[in-house]
Design a protein around this ligand. Structure first.
Ligand code: PMP
Ligand code: GLN
Length: 382
């Protein structure tokens, strides 16, 4: 294995899902829903397979999906992207993030990101030979925040891009407009690019999601990444996309064509159908998820955790200190045996692991009865 990949073991998600299967535990670790997305989308995928759409689709993605993505971004966020040249379909957001970093960062270039960060960021930055400059999100008064001074200090002569995830996994933080202004000001001042991971764009409960690309001077320097997995409960389909100005999108394409070339032909028209369902589906899914957030947060509080209520995403983080926990990794490794539940220690998403030592993430994108059963088990910990 090459030196730059040696620090990376098996992802925590694979480790924790395997632990859940092995111990028969309730899996609130890896974030995937336990119900399917819209019927119309599932039917459209089956139809596309039977209609013979089973060969290589066009490199940037099937036209009807790119058109649907263009229309959707306009309708929700007022963002204009030409389906021909400013949108490309990828193997999930994961490939888009990797291809963007590989296409835009020279070895030694620096990427400013927020920790805790989604685990593929560190690996993609390392693959490119680039360097991450994490700025820590810390819980303060019930919500995660960053120190603007610390953020500005992360910029230097080698800074190439800011990699921003909002709504944010694992904290559930939705960056506010004023926080985004701090970020966009720094991007413009230092003339750096932004890559935004907005896979939870339709899963906000408090506050509103603001795409960074909508801020002044940002559209032209931002690659905006999202995915069907979360919005339409099809994380296994791995249909994602990137949108941005033509030079950034074509740079990403140059790399993407040699990573996967194209992806999942019959699933692309099906995602176009889902996008065409309009805001009713998205809104009802959001409200259902909000109910699950409230349900799990209340349950975790009853179980004795300190709970940081998430403003968006699938996830809630807790501090395990009130239950006598001092280390999230140890806590999560022993949790299946102690009470038959799996969570994810968030310290693995930090460079400064101490900052997240006592934090654990639980996913609430599960049936109510599953959440209730998990809470019943967690309550036995006291
Ligand atoms: N970014 C974040 C923040 C995520 O939580 C996920 C979830 N799996 C991804 C990217 C990857 O998305 P996809 O499954 O579409 O590759
Ligand atoms: N995004 C999901 C999570 O954070 C799953 C990621 C994965 O399995 N790679 O749990």
């Amino acid at each position: 294995l090459v030196a730059r990949m040696r620090p990376f073991g098996t992802t925590i998600f694979a480790e924790m899902s395997a632990l859940a299967v092995r111990t028969g535990s309730i899996n609130l670790g890896q974030g995937f829903p336990d119900t399917d997305g819209p019927r119309e989308m599932l039917d459209a995928a089956a139809r596309a397979i039977h209609d013979g759409r089973n060969q290589y689709p066009p490199g940037p993605g099937v036209p009807e999906l790119r058109q649907a993505l263009s229309a959707q971004q306009k309708a929700y966020w007022g963002l204009d992207y030409d389906p021909d040249g400013q949108i490309v379909v990828t193997a999930g957001a994961t490939e888009a993030i990797a291809a963007a970093i590989l296409a835009l960062c020279e070895p030694g270039d620096e990427v400013v990101c927020f920790e805790p960060y989604y685990d593929s960021y560190a690996a993609s930055i390392a693959l490119a030979g680039a360097v991450r400059r994490p700025v820590t999100l810390r819980p303060a008064d019930g919500r995660y925040a960053f120190d603007p001074g610390e953020f500005r200090a992360a910029f230097g002569p080698r800074t190439r891009m800011v990699l921003l995830n909002s709504p944010h996994n694992p904290t559930g933080k939705v960056f506010t407009r004023s926080e985004l202004e701090i970020i966009s000001n720094a991007c413009r001042e230092h003339d750096v690019l932004a890559v935004t991971d907005e896979v939870y764009e339709h899963q906000t409960f408090d506050g509103e999601h603001v795409p960074l690309a909508t801020l002044p001077g940002m559209w032209e320097r931002t690659l905006r990444i999202s995915s069907a997995g979360k919005t339409f409960s099809c994380t296994g389909w791995k249909i994602g996309w990137a949108s941005g100005p033509a030079p950034l999108v074509s740079a990403l394409m140059r790399v993407k064509q040699f990573l996967t070339f194209v992806n999942a032909g019959p699933l692309q028209p099906a995602v176009a159908v889902a996008l065409g369902l309009g805001p009713e589906y998205v809104e009802s899914a959001r409200l259902a998820l909000q109910g699950k957030r409230d349900r799990l947060c209340a349950g975790l509080r009853e179980a004795g955790f300190e709970v940081f209520t998430p403003e968006g995403t699938y996830f809630v983080t807790v501090d395990i200190t009130p239950l006598g926990g001092t280390d999230g990794v140890e806590f999560c490794r022993s949790l299946p045996e102690r009470c038959g539940v799996v969570g994810v220690p968030t310290q693995v998403f930090y460079d400064h692991a101490d900052e997240g030592r006592r934090l654990v993430r639980f996913a609430f994108c599960k049936k109510d009865e599953v959440l209730d059963a998990a809470v019943t088990r967690l309550r036995t910990l006291r």
